[in-house]
Design a binder for this molecule. Sequence first.
Ligand SMILES: Nc1ncnc2c1ncn2[C@@H]1O[C@H](COP(=O)(O)OP(=O)(O)OP(=O)(O)O)[C@@H](O)[C@H]1O
Ligand SMILES: [Mg+2]
Length: 465
Amino acid sequence: MKPSYRILIVDDEDNVRRMLSTAFTLSGQETFCARDGSEAIRLFTDHPPDVVLMDIRMPVLNGIEALQQMHAQHPRIPVILMTAYAEVETAVEALRCGAFDYIIKPFDLDELHIVIQRALALESMKQEISSLHKALTDSWQWGHILTTSPNMMEVCRDTAKIALSQASVLISGESGTGKELIARAIHYNSRRAAGPFIKVNCAALPESLLESELFGHEKGAFTGAQVQRRGLFERAHQGTLLLDEVGEMPLTLQAKLLRVLQEREFERLGGHQTIQVDIRIVAATNRNLAAMVEDGSFRQDVFYRLNVIHLEIPPLRERPQDIPLLANHFLQKFSAENQRDIIDIDPAALACLCAWHWPGNIRELSNVIERAVIMSTGALIFTDDLPAQLLSPPPADIDEKRSAVGEERNLKDEMKRYEKKLIIETLEHYDGNRTHCALALGISRRALMYKLQEYDICQPSRSDT
Ligand SMILES: Nc1ncnc2c1ncn2[C@@H]1O[C@H](COP(=O)(O)OP(=O)(O)OP(=O)(O)O)[C@@H](O)[C@H]1O
Ligand SMILES: [Mg+2]
């Protein structure tokens, strides 16, 4: 049996109300009746039904007026109007006012059931779509961007402001710094959040494929184009298109991109019809586009149009406070994914992580922690679980340190020195607040207290810290 629904029946004729009420009750539905528009509004407000079946011509408040009031309260509850044949024009007017459908008296009950089922099915589909959109939008939160460093926080603040505008954005930064994460932040915090977010990697496809991927093509545009295909510009309509690694886009394609950037219009390959789209373009690159413009490998006009707003994501080595925070985040993530119960990173291992220069930035850190989780056999990540290159500082760094002190020092001492320096800097940053400092370093407050003692770091004692 189909699930039951609540139906509000509104008609000024007693026998019609009775007949409909009996028929719906017998088929397992919950019914309640009103004899005019104002009684209907009262019932509708007190017990919102799943569907309304209402006569148009009634005393006190007619069906159209009642419909408008219902629509203002709950626009998603479908209202089906009943009318005598002579009133079809009024019924059409009712559709304009938001009625789901109308049915002409005298009607067949089966016909009525079909209309109601259609209304309920459409409504539940709309609800599903809107909850999917909501889930997608909700699943993007600022909390996805973890940072405690002032330079990255500034980027996040700028991103929040930029999201509200419609301007094109160029995001630059080394590989793995979080450019795509920022592009998503822009989309999901913009008025386009309910629209699509589409990413295309300009480095991943040969020129001809990239062109048809972006612009789409008509049937027969080239060998193999057996059907018409919409391109990414069209699919991103009312949303955001991320042109990833835009520095790798061939010059000829850049010329075609220019028109889309300027006019938001283009033709599909092999097509004559001009297609207009409402898209926001965000571009990302790990190359220096200004230098590429200088040497002629990137078009200046395209650069200026992409670079309306520029966001530069700092590399991880320029935000060392984020290393412990992100390392612990990835530890929890991969520990859960691999059904392991690894609770912490041993201080020496953490010091190694903090000393590394992270050329691959956050993606590299994520990979290192994933590997460590897989390699580890206990409840902690130790230096043994880290890749060998992390256990010795980069050569340039060693040379610098050697010349600075005029002698060689062992790894453990270097680590300790680095750890002490990091703790002092973080404490200073948080104005001596140990709880915040421990959080930022990704260690427990107890572990921090122990280290303060171990490294003999004196602090004015503060009751709130
Ligand atoms: N601040 C952050 N907090 C949490 N996770 C982050 C942060 N920054 C980056 N990540 C994660 O690191 C990984 C790399 O980020 P992303 O793909 O955005 O970088 P990218 O700059 O686009 O890299 P590439 O240049 O290699 O394409 C992703 O898994 C992302 O979720
Ligand atoms: Mg990327």
